[in-house]
Design a protein around this ligand. Sequence first.
Ligand code: A2P
Length: 346
Amino acid sequence: MSRKYNIAVVGATGAVGEEIFRVLEEYNFPVGDILPLASARSAGGEIECCGKKYKVEELTEDVFEGRDIDIAFFSAGGSVSAKYAPYAVEAGAVVIDNTSHFRMDPDVPLVVPEVNPQDIAGWREKGIIANPNCSTIQLVLALKPLYDLYGDIKRVDVATYQAVSGAGKSGMEELVMQMKDFFAFKLDESEHKAFPHQIALNVIPQVDKPMPNGYTREEMKMTNETKKIMGSNIPVSATCVRVPVLRSHSEAVTITFPEDVVVDVEKVRLALNDFPDVEVIDNLEKGLYPMPVTATDSDTTYVGRIRKDLFNDNILHMWVVADQLRVGAATNAVRIAQKWIELEDV
Ligand code: A2P
C-alpha cells in the first residue's frame, strides 16, 4: 500500500484552512489522519475532508506530541506561526507556513513549485517551507516563463487590485456587511475593522502596514519575495490596492526587458501558455480577458491584455488574475507538499 501522510491544519476554521481541506480532497492527496487546529473559540467544532469528519482541537504547545504528524499547514497569522511552528517541527512534522513570518529567513525556502521547486531541498535547515504572499505567487508564475524566454528582466512595475479574502473571513464578511448596509441606506453607520477605510464601493491604496520608505509592507513583500523566489535581483516596484472583490486578485504588470529585446507578443503568449498552471485569455476584440470571476475557484493563473509598450520595444504590459485563496494560498501550499513528497522521497 502506498504511503499516506498525517496532516495538521492550523487555522482550520479560517478562509485558507477551509480551502486547504478542499484542495487536499480534489488533488486526491494521500491523506492519512487529519488534525484540524484553531483557537479555543472553535475547539469542539467539526470539519469535513475526504468524506470524513474531524473534530477541531485547540492549538497548544503540546498538541502535536505523539500524533505522528507528517505535514503541518499553518494559516493562522504570523505570531501564531512564530510561536507554534517550532513545536510542530519538534514533533517531527514539516511545516508549510502560509504567513509572512519565516519567508525572508535565509534558512527557510520560499517556494512556488512551478518556479523554484529545487529550493524545497533547503527544508531540512529549519523543518519549515514558506508559502509566499498571494500577490507574489501569481506575479512570479507569470514572470518566470518570460524571464526564461528573454534571459533576463530589468525591472517590473505592478499595481495590484486585491480582493478582501486576503484579510481572511473577517475581510470577506466586512465587505458583505457594508454592501447590506448600503442597500439599507446605512452605509455611513457601517463599521470597518479589517480595513483602514470603508471597502464597499471604494478602493483603498493601502494593503498592510506603512513602512518608513513610503511603501506598504505588502508592497515590500512583493519586492523582496520575488527576488528570493526568482533567485535574481529583479527590481520590483509595487502599488498594492484593496478593491471590493470577494476572492481573486488582479495585477496590472509592466515588464522591462534588456535594451536589446524586441518583445514579440505571440512568443510571449506561447511561453505563458506552455508554463504549468498558467493560461492566456487574450482577445480584446471579443472582450476576452481574465477577471476575478474567471479565476475564482480555479487553480490556474490567467494572463490577458498582453501588449507591447507604445514607445519602447523592450517593454511589455499584461494583466494577471488568480484566486487568492487557492493559487495565492491553499493550492500553492498543497502543491509544495506534493513536491516535497516527490523530491525528498519522504
Ligand atoms: P478561530 O476560528 O478559532 O478564531 P481567517 O484568516 O479566515 O481570519 O482565519 C484565521 C484562522 O486562524 C482561524 O481558523 C482562527 O481560528 C485561527 N486562529 C487565529 N488566532 C489563533 C490562535 N491564537 N491560535 C490558534 N488558531 C488561531
